[in-house]
Design a protein around this ligand. Sequence first.
Ligand code: PMP
Length: 411
Amino acid sequence: MVKSLANVAADFPILEHKINGERLAYLDNAATTQMPQPILDKTQNFYQTKNANVHRGVYTLAQEATEAYEQARQKVQHFIHAAHANEIVFTHGTTESLNLIVHSYGEQYLHAGDEIVLSVMEHHSNLVPWQQLALKKGIKLNYINLTKDHELDLVELKQKITNKTKVVALCHVSNVLGVINPIEQIAHWAHQKGAILVVDGAQAIPHMCVDVQKLDVDFYAFSGHKMLAPTGIGVLYGKYELLEQLKPWQYGGEMINHVGLYQSSWADLPAKLEAGTPNIIGALGLGWAIDYLQQFGMSQIADYEQKLLAYLLPRLKEIPGITIYSPQQQLASGIVSFNLQGIHPHDVATALDQEGVEVRAGHHCAQPLMQTLGINASVRISIYLYNTLADIKQLLTALQETREFFTYESK
Ligand code: PMP
């Protein structure tokens, strides 16, 4: 039975807090999300009754903690429809997952003269690691531009994936534009030319059903804290045969099979890629977040976010002097970026904060995209399952007031 989203906000205690004396409308979910009471309770209960290190002790607490940690891995496996639990590597987040691929796969298999295809809409964490590898090894970076509607230019993409391309690395959903890229189609093009596809799924996984086998992605990275889990936990999914080939990128406890004074051998997957004590509570929290989201079903969550956007977008468009950067057809990701003419985005965010509305302003870790759009910064609204029509109305009223205040100031 799918649970209704009707009263979901009541599960999130932080939403009862007042901000600057006003009701909190938290609309910065693309940055990080809030935790529901059931996950907060389970976290406390783990530390009160179950805490131990994993994969080490033979005593009961340690075995139970290990079992819970491995169950969390299985929950992730099923959530993203991976074929095996050992294709799920726990990391600190999307950034670390992507750095892991660049360090291991990139260092091992990419050479001078090879090419990497990226897009101008990438978050810095799916751009800078590849850029640094390219500088070190003499690899060429080919960037895909936007169409005039601010979607990925698929014609250019198809042309730029050539026999020289070794890696195509793209976001599933842009953290600024909210646009959803057609990953399955892109995987097909990449594989036709013998390249692998690395996907930054940080903004997709929290909002939609992702099936890594259907998409046929080679690597897929995401963070727990954008889907109700604690910060500091993330996932790298990789096809088994690819992960198998990777050399470890960090060395130490847990990732070895045998250690001698001058030689060592490595553990099987996924331990080989998880050196040291992992973020146990983070992994458990991610598993609980998946349980929580699955009560509602990802398609109900996506439909609900669509409805909020359907209310928001036409009203946003009516605001005089607004420029909306997000393409307006496919915003199931819940992200809308915009600017108000003559008002700095930081001023907009600061004024909204006075009204209890929390949104992000800045370059959103996507400076190349800002350059492409011809701006330095934008305001970003990002919604999630616990947002309500009341939040959207509060935002729209606060935006009107902000615009009127600054228009009056500049007269
Ligand atoms: N990629 C995208 C598209 C993101 O939105 C983010 C987070 N803003 C990241 C990568 C980095 O995620 P994290 O900071 O959790 O590693």
